[in-house]
Write a protein that binds this ligand. Structure first.
Ligand SMILES: [Zn+2]
Length: 182
């Protein structure tokens, strides 16, 4: 499982919404305990890309920045995150692209934030596939996590989806109607 702390959750959402209709990306810091990742914070890369296609190869060259940032932190670099965004009539998908998979390291966790226009307000909840989804302002957001099983990267297999848990999102972002009625 991937446990997201408040700061990481808020940081990722701000980062994705700030550049909505462009993709954001950054590194994920925290600690790992066996099969569990505790994501304590995220650091966005500051170089914004402006087109939705063909950018991923380019930003991944900047991963060494993440490695350096990791050296400046007492926290461990667990992997990275990036967003997929709506583009014209095409909705953002919560599925890793082939490039995403190719550039993922065997031992990292990859967080994917899919951001689309909100259709209706939706409370934050866990979906059956393990992702975390809800609305914030004008946006619909879905956060999913991926990691390779042992040896799967070398074997050319795709990463598995890892359930995301974020009590902050579930506990504090209930719909207003519920909060007001209590
Ligand atoms: Zn991607």
């Amino acid at each position: 499982m991937v446990f997201m702390e408040e700061q990481a959750f808020v940081g990722m959402l701000l980062s994705a919404i700030e550049v909505y209709r462009h993709e954001c990306y950054g590194i994920v810091l925290g600690h790992r305990d066996g099969d569990n990742w505790v994501v304590e914070s995220v650091i966005p890369y500051l170089t914004a890309e402006t087109t939705p296609t063909g950018v991923e190869v380019r930003w991944r060259r900047e991963r060494r920045l993440g490695e350096v940032l990791g050296l400046l932190s007492t926290r461990q670099v667990l992997g990275d995150y990036h967003s997929h965004t709506a583009w014209g009539p095409r909705r953002a998908l919560s599925i890793l692209s082939d490039v995403d998979v190719e550039t993922m390291a065997q031992d990292e966790v990859q967080l994917l934030v899919a951001v689309n226009d909100r259709v209706r307000t939706q409370p934050w909840r866990y979906l059956r596939d393990g992702s975390l989804s809800g609305t914030l302002g004008e946006y619909h957001i879905r956060i999913s996590a991926y990691s390779f099983n042992d040896g799967d990267k070398q074997a050319g297999r795709r990463p598995r989806q890892v359930p995301v848990r974020c009590p902050f999102a579930i506990g504090f972002m209930a719909p207003r109607s519920l909060a007001a009625g209590s």
